[in-house]
Design a binder for this molecule. Structure first.
Ligand code: TGC
Ligand code: FAD
Length: 395
């Protein structure tokens, strides 16, 4: 008879609900591969990149060769994994830094997805293989200086001029903008909102990076100015008209974020656990004090609960049953949980919690952006309110 496990030590503090056991072999292998990439290629340098405010563009091709770019899309050089694997990759990347998950979200879900879902065959052939390889970088221009939560109020316009389109307007807060080779830009037309595939070398297109950010510093965030940008008819995404186009892309990216936030929270919880076990005050490890244990337990419960929510939503997506409001549930709750975990972890590290020698303050400040972008906490709350009452309270 096998010796019974000591019930006091039967659980892995880093996977308390044994969620890893719910993954299949391929999913576990992808998770491990991305975790290794983060440990080897991101963690050694991330504090420096964060401090300097740079994103290491060189790593794009490495992420491409790992199949992380547009990984849940089929064909055109994309890996074609299931949705859960895409989510797990986002989780592991964000355990490194939200900037890396952002890069992958924007490239795969916001720039490649619209071309894949709504693009012409010519657009797909031209852009997707090089984007999947990380040789071309994409960005997604929806938000404007006066049009954030309400993208339907955008002012960027595209008007027909003979067989061409001419675009004018300004896009704000655009991830990857300054390093992009191609921008998917959403603009108002006589027919409704349409998407345009804009090579960033097109005359009249300019990107300037936003500096002095105190969050997501290892990520490029830019303003895009389009002044009489002339594009051929072939630049428009033929497959969609209306706000449904960009909002469909957001569903994909928000799905990655609801997994990613768990990664940031897990990294914070693990840092707090390790620190509390080794830091001694009053003659013993602070992890032995009841108030510290309470914080650690709250963090652990939160991380496990968010992981289960993410995995459940991933399984729904793979079964083709995930609704946009369910994505809002995950984005709203997992990100707010992560914000709270990061804050508690920061506190647990005392003064060391404010230095970049530990990952926590970096995650904590990053998560402030994650709380705001891809639909703020309030917008997802209202989306859920509408879903359960049938009443829209946005306006
Ligand atoms: P509304 O009248 O409700 O809808 C207009 C049309 O869109 C359809 N629709 C959706 N389609 C797909 N997915 C969704 N989630 C959809 N939500 C709505 C809807 O059926 C309708 O279609 P049709 O064919 O009948 O015309 O639109 P509204 O103007 O009332 O707005 C609704 C609201 C507020 C929820 C929406 O505008 C919204 O989500 N606002 C938040 C904006 C946002 O999230 N921006 C993110 C920008 S990108 C970014 O932040 C990248 S961060 C970098 C990174 O990811 O790392
Ligand atoms: P606002 O919409 O002005 O909101 C301000 C506050 O008012 C928020 O708290 C909001 O919740 C609240 N509010 C607004 N409307 C309501 C309402 N009806 N009811 C209750 N409260 C409300 N955009 C892109 O298009 N592409 C990108 O790649 C991209 N990357 C980003 C990267 C970073 C680092 C950041 C910070 C943002 C990025 N964004 C991007 C923009 C992001 O999507 C917007 O910031 C976000 O949608 C919110 O818009 P806003 O900042 O204009 O805030």
């Amino acid at each position: 008879m096998s010796k019974a496990l000591d019930p006091r030590r039967a659980n892995d503090p880093r996977d308390f609900l044994a969620v890893d056991g719910l993954l299949d072999e391929d999913e576990r292998a992808i998770k491990q591969t991305v975790r290794r990439f983060v440990v080897d290629r991101v963690l050694p340098d991330i504090a420096g990149w964060y401090e300097e405010g740079v994103f290491p563009r060189d790593l794009a091709t490495e992420m491409g060769s790992l199949g992380l770019l547009g990984m849940h899309l089929d064909g055109y050089g994309c890996a074609g994994t299931n949705a859960v694997s895409y989510g797990l990759a986002c989780l592991e990347l964000e355990a490194g830094d939200s900037g890396f998950r952002s890069f992958v979200s924007v490239q795969g879900s916001l720039a490649m997805f619209p071309i894949h879902a709504f693009g012409s065959e010519e657009q797909k052939q031209e852009w997707l293989p090089q984007m999947a390889a990380g040789e071309a970088i994409g960005c997604f221009g929806l938000t404007e200086p006066d049009s954030g939560s309400d993208p339907g109020s955008m002012r960027t316009v595209a008007r027909r001029d003979g067989s061409d389109w001419v675009l004018n307007g300004t896009k704000m807060w655009i991830t990857n903008g300054g390093i992009a080779d191609v921008a998917v830009v959403w603009a108002r037309t006589d027919e409704g909102i349409r998407g345009f595939v804009v090579p960033t070398t097109t005359p009249g297109f300019a990107a300037s990076n936003i500096h002095a950010k105190a969050s997501l510093r290892a990520s490029v965030t830019s303003e895009l100015v389009l002044q009489d940008v002339r594009l051929p008819e072939s630049a428009v995404l033929p497959g969609v008209v209306g706000l449904r186009g960009p909002l469909s892309c957001l569903n994909e990216a928000r799905f990655g974020i609801l997994f990613g936030a768990v990664g940031a929270a897990r990294a914070c919880y693990e840092a707090a656990l390790d620190y509390s076990l080794s830091r001694e005050q009053f003659g013993r490890p602070i992890a032995g004090f009841q108030l510290v244990q309470r914080k650690l337990v709250e963090m652990m419960v939160s991380v496990n609960r968010s992981t289960l929510v993410a995995l459940h939503l991933g399984r729904l997506k793979d079964a083709g049953r995930l609704t946009p409001a369910q994505v809002s549930f995950g984005k709203m709750d997992n990100v707010r949980q992560a914000v709270e975990v990061a804050r508690e972890a920061r506190n647990s590290l005392g003064a060391n919690g404010i230095t970049l020698e530990y990952p926590v303050i970096r995650h904590m400040t990053n998560l402030e952006s994650v709380y705001t972008y891809e639909g703020t906490n309030e917008i997802h709350t209202l989306t859920l309110g509408q879903a359960i009452t049938g009443l829209a309270a946005f306006r």
